[in-house]
Design a protein around this ligand. Structure first.
Ligand code: SIN
Ligand code: MN
Length: 266
């Protein structure tokens, strides 16, 4: 799947691109089946919501599950990422965020690249995410929100009020507080607005490492699971990882895409 020049210009301008129907219903059904097994596992890669046993994030499922390994190499993710970043890419992080019905908590406004710069020593912001909807996303189940065009000035460093939660790094600190002051965020939103792409399972949002994003709690009876694949340019490999390598992957070999039908073939 190749992005058109209009789609590439849109990504460059807005810092995100919404692609409905990137994955088919039968492919999503297979991923949901495997997700149930992955979320049922235990161990350091399984992060839970504060105050409940609900899974917040399952980190690096591609290292434990064959179908997620195939998804991590899927050409419908790898090809667009190569186009956007203009070169070879490797996988920096891969996870499922479950945002379970009633239990899924807030992700405060943040830029991913800021964490990857500070915690992993990623030199530049030539990195993107693909967020694949495993459920239909509506206004009720905690859709992701983006500030369009917030990537253009790069990393934002204002830091007041941010406290790291020991042992969890920023993955769960995001549930505790934003690394930015309300003033910083409000100023950007008044200037640029907010979008919250919604749609059927299978839709995918590509977004830049510096695009400010977050999501509210899931107060609905419907889950909002998404897979996040963070794809980094090979030359931009991380220089000083301080976290376990399931959070900051360290195989910098350029990705070789699988076959397009790999999610439904034995
Ligand atoms: C993230 O920013 O890593 C997660 C956001 C979400 O799951 O809504
Ligand atoms: Mn994020």
């Amino acid at each position: 799947m190749r992005l058109t020049s209009d789609q590439l210009s849109q990504f460059e301008k807005d810092g995100y691109l919404f692609v409905p129907g990137l994955f088919r219903a039968d492919e999503i059904a297979a991923l949901k089946q495997h997700m149930a097994v992955v979320l049922d596992q235990d161990g350091p890669e399984i992060l839970r919501e504060r105050g409940s046993d609900a899974v917040r994030s399952a980190i690096a499922p591609h290292l434990r599950d064959e179908l997620y390994r195939r998804l991590s190499l899927h050409p419908r993710l790898v090809e667009p990422a190569r186009q956007i970043l203009g070169g070879e890419i490797y996988l920096h992080q891969f996870k499922i965020n479950a945002k379970e019905a009633q239990d899924g908590e807030i992700w405060h406004w943040h830029q991913d690249y800021r964490t990857w710069f500070e915690d992993d020593g990623m030199p530049g912001p030539e990195v993107i995410n693909a967020a694949i909807f495993l459920d239909e996303v509506t206004e009720f189940n905690g859709p992701m929100m983006f500030i369009p065009g917030s990537h253009v000035d790069g990393r934002i460093d204002s830091d007041q009020g941010f406290e790291r939660v020991p042992g969890y790094g920023r993955l769960s600190a995001d549930a505790v507080g934003s690394p930015y002051t309300k003033e910083t965020i409000n100023r950007m939103i008044w200037e640029k607005g907010i979008v919250a792409p919604k749609g059927l399972a299978g839709a995918t949002i590509f977004f830049h490492g510096c695009t400010l994003h977050g999501s509210g709690p899931n107060m609905s009876p419907w889950g909002r699971a998404m897979v996040f694949s963070s794809l980094n340019k090979v030359e931009n490999y991380i220089r000083q990882p301080t976290r376990p390598d399931y959070l900051a992957l360290q195989d910098f070999t350029p990705l070789v895409a699988t076959a397009d039908d790999c999610l439904t073939k034995p």
